[in-house]
Design a protein around this ligand. Structure first.
Ligand code: SF4
Length: 428
């Protein structure tokens, strides 16, 4: 016997009876309002709330929008150009008609601020803290830290090994991606707040200041030396005689405008460094440039969690320039005469469950293919240059903070940040 349907005064079915109406079970579900950060906000490594500043821009107030950005990120004209904008990957609108062009608007706001000479909004302080902080590394992480400390009134001394601030933005990002006038202007705006910049100082180098020296002279030390050293690489223990690291080649191109120009090059890796270097090789005159990556390639059917982590337009332009991408592949074997490379063997990778909800990529037998190249360049990631930080780093490739504030365990008043910060409390 069928249970008679009971209708409420509002003519909605009682919970559990809606199947009588064949409308599905959604009619009996009560919406739950969850307050959470927008996906673009949680996806932004700089912590920007794009929803907030986009609303101010939409209201016709670009300066308020820019001030909202720089309260978090003081380099929007830089990040608007070089950030791979994961915020747009998280944008809900992406599933409807296309993600909001967050990075383009950020770049526009950053450029407008520079053109109009907008100054950074320093907090109104009731008293200036009598504290001094040493910041090690003048890349984006160190500069950002210097800004956040200065706006709160702390005295900041910023140390860097190089003659100018900017870190890898200055030494490794090609000029077509980041004009140095833009970088210089955003850095100047931070230094002009009263940050003392000490160039030519590699903290920890023989005869130079150590982290302990800095700690004894300051109330706190913030380490943001970046990841300026390429990771070790070999294929089954083999390394060709003409082996070069991707980062070093990019730095060489920017410093002297020249690169080795063999007939054909393969770059092994899938980040911005790999794509930047591939495009630079093309410009230097290399006829055949391949990029081999374990990630998938961008496209309408691509899984957003498994796609090349680069600025999307950089990928499109690289394809237009003739760079050949090999997605979901790895280098399985180097083909060498003695230690001279004449080719490599690639193999396709498949994602398989690895237990605990994780997956791993494994070579797929029978998919091997040969590429005839004269040079293979690994671009598989970078690590902190351990020189001077051996004790603090231990065997790790990045600093492992003990808490979300970046405190280094056992080091009172020493914090880490930027790309150099890894472990469960930071990127890496
Ligand atoms: S472009 Fe980069 S820095 Fe800017 S909001 Fe998006 S993720 Fe954040």
């Amino acid at each position: 016997m069928t249970t008679p349907t009971t209708l409420t005064r509002g003519c909605y079915a009682e919970a559990g009876t809606s199947l009588e109406f064949r409308t599905g079970d959604w009619r009996t579900e009560k919406p739950v309002h969850v307050h959470a950060a927008a996906p673009c906000h949680t996806a932004c490594p700089a912590g920007e709330d794009a929803q907030d500043w986009l609303a101010r821009l939409q209201e016709g107030n670009p300066r308020a929008a820019w001030e909202t950005i720089v309260r978090v990120n003081p380099l929007p004209a830089v990040t608007g150009r070089v950030c791979p904008h994961p915020c747009e990957g998280g944008c809900n609108r992406g599933a409807f008609d296309g993600a909001v062009n967050i990075h383009g608007l950020e770049r526009w706001l950053g450029d407008r601020a520079l053109a109009e000479g907008w100054t950074l909004p320093v907090d109104a302080l009731t008293g200036v803290p009598d504290k001094r902080v040493a910041v090690v590394g003048a890349g984006p992480g160190g500069l950002s830290c210097a800004w956040h400390l200065r706006r709160r009134g702390y005295a900041v001394t910023l140390y860097d090994a190089l003659p100018e601030a900017g870190g890898l933005c200055r030494t490794a990002i090609p000029l077509n991606r980041l004009p140095r006038a833009v970088l210089d202007a955003e850095i100047k705006r931070i230094l002009d707040l009263g940050v003392e910049f000490v160039p030519h100082t590699r903290v920890g180098a023989p005869g130079a200041l150590t982290v302990s020296d800095l700690r004894s002279r300051h109330d706190a030390v913030f380490l943001a030396p970046g990841t300026g050293r390429s990771r070790e690489w070999s294929v089954q223990g083999a390394v060709p005689e003409n082996h070069r690291a991707a980062l070093a080649l990019l730095q060489e191109w920017i410093a002297v405008g020249a690169l080795p120009t063999p007939r054909a090059v393969a770059i092994h890796g899938g980040g911005n460094t790999a794509v930047d270097l591939a495009r630079v090789f093309k410009r230097a005159g290399v006829a055949e440039v391949h990029l081999i990556t374990a990630s998938g390639l961008p496209g309408p059917d691509a899984d957003p969690d498994d796609v090349l982590n680069v600025v999307p337009r950089e990928y499109v332009q690289a394809v237009e320039e003739g760079i050949v991408f090999h997605g979901h592949r790895t280098v399985q074997r180097l083909l060498m005469r003695g230690s001279t490379l004449f080719g490599l063997e690639m193999v396709a990778l498949r994602k398989l469950p690895a237990g605990g909800g994780r997956t791993s990529r494994v070579p797929f037998e029978g998919t091997e293919s040969i590429l005839h190249v004269d040079m293979v360049i690994p671009a598989i990631g970078e690590q902190v240059d351990p020189a001077g930080f051996e004790t603090l780093l231990g065997a790790a490739s990045t600093f492992r903070p003990a808490d979300r504030w970046g405190t280094l365990a056992g080091q009172d008043g020493v914090f880490v940040g930027g790309d150099a910060r890894g472990g469960s409390h930071g990127p890496g």
